[in-house]
Ligand binder design. Structure first.
Ligand code: AOF
Ligand code: ZN
Length: 368
């Protein structure tokens, strides 16, 4: 019996899988545009590949068309997302596809952008290009979950992380490290994959963190720093304040003296006034909407105990990474403990261990 899926061969699947790998590799680095992967095949040979450019433009298809080592007449394009057919900040990919004489286009999922949604299929068909959609749809849709959330809710996709010791401490005076260097690499990978990082002024003042990506040669992909600081108590001697400029730092506050606000503005930090609720806490959905308007699409929240619990309680995290070390930390001096395990287990039913070589540390991913 033939099924709808039969229209795709095993090789088709391999090519689309490769396109997805290309999209994954650029995830988090394409600004406000989704990361798309593209593979062009002719006579069973890959003649070109393309990815959405850093910061989003030019698009993957155009990059693949331009990169081709051969004429495109008679070739097949595999692309993870429905190619665009609108004039946005760049011309439509469909025009480049038509001009290139590509014979067949296979895309996986429909673009939910209203300017594109479903229109490309008809447009390319009318130009006698053989078009198919739906190849590896489930796998590719899973990959585009953050993009779909971005576009439907107009908020960033929210990743969270916390690192706890065996006795659940997240801070102990004079101890710099809880997790091992392999887990730390994963933290830096998360910083690389998210365009912004959120912390509270409390964590900032206690840890004086750098919040950058320290994977070799990847520092330039460090996330934008977002600080939640109700009364502008961020220490002006901190690393974040000292290295702030108008592009890399945003501080949300609610009430602060004019002079204090000026001090932040002088440094060109975007200091944005935002509402608080009757428990004197920021209204997080408002902050998320604002961050989306400012171009944030994937954020990593590296909260302390309070901020993390607040996000867990309201199920704001889409993904939450719990790092656990087998070390016990001392309670003899100043220390901080994480006590949000009950809310975590209650609100996040889906969890899995991330399998990698993290030594004796474990990392568990909780999904909403
Ligand atoms: C593609 N290939 O690689 C990406 C697409 O303003 P523009 O011209 O850059 O258009 C942005 C829209 O294009 C974006 O909202 C999304 O619908 C689509 N992204 N499309 O054909 C790509 N990144
Ligand atoms: Zn395009």
């Amino acid at each position: 019996m033939s099924t709808k899926k039969d229209k795709f061969s095993f090789k088709d699947q391999l090519y689309m899988d490769l396109a997805l790998d290309l999209a994954r590799a650029r995830e988090g680095l394409t600004g406000t545009n989704p990361s798309v992967g593209c593979v062009i095949v002719k006579n069973d040979e890959i003649i070109s590949i393309g990815q959405t450019s850093y910061n989003g433009r030019p698009h993957a298809e155009l990059n693949a068309i331009k990169n081709s080592s051969d004429h495109l007449r008679g070739s097949t394009m595999y692309v993870t997302l429905e190619p665009c057919c609108h004039h946005g900040e760049t011309p439509p990919c469909t025009s480049a596809i038509i001009k290139s004489k590509i014979s067949k286009v296979i895309y996986s999922v429909i673009d939910i952008d209203k300017r594109v949604k479903g229109k490309t299929f008809k447009l390319l068909n009318a130009k006698k290009i053989n078009v198919h959609k739906g190849l590896l749809k489930d796998k590719v849709s899973e990959f585009y979950k953050p993009y779909f959330l971005n576009r439907t809710k107009k908020i960033p996709f929210v990743n969270g992380k916390i690192a706890v010791a065996k006795n659940n401490l997240i801070y102990s005076k004079n101890i710099k490290k809880i997790t091992n260097s392999r887990s730390d690499k994963f933290t830096h990978f998360l910083r690389y994959k998210n365009d912004s990082i959120v912390i509270s002024y409390k964590t900032l003042n206690k840890d004086n963190p750098k919040l950058n990506c320290r994977l070799k040669n990847f520092k330039k992909f460090s996330p934008k720093r977002i600080v939640l600081d109700n009364k502008l108590k961020t220490n002006i001697k901190s690393y974040i304040f000292k290295t702030a400029n108008k592009k890399n730092t945003i501080i949300f506050y609610n009430e602060a003296e004019k002079l204090k606000i000026l001090e932040f503005k002088k440094k060109k930090i975007q200091a944005l006034k935002s509402k608080i609720n009757n428990q004197k806490k920021f209204d997080i959905p408002i902050i998320l909407k604002k961050l989306y308007q400012l171009g944030c699409r994937n954020i990593l929240v590296e909260g302390g105990n309070d901020l993390t619990k607040e996000f867990l309680k309201k199920k704001i995290y889409n993904n939450f990474y719990l790092f656990k070390s087998p070390k016990r930390l001392s309670k003899l001096k100043d220390y901080k403990e994480f006590n949000g395990f009950d809310i975590l287990e209650k609100n996040y039913k889906s969890k899995m261990k991330i399998k990698s070589n993290f030594g004796k540390d474990t990392i568990t991913l909780y999904k909403n």
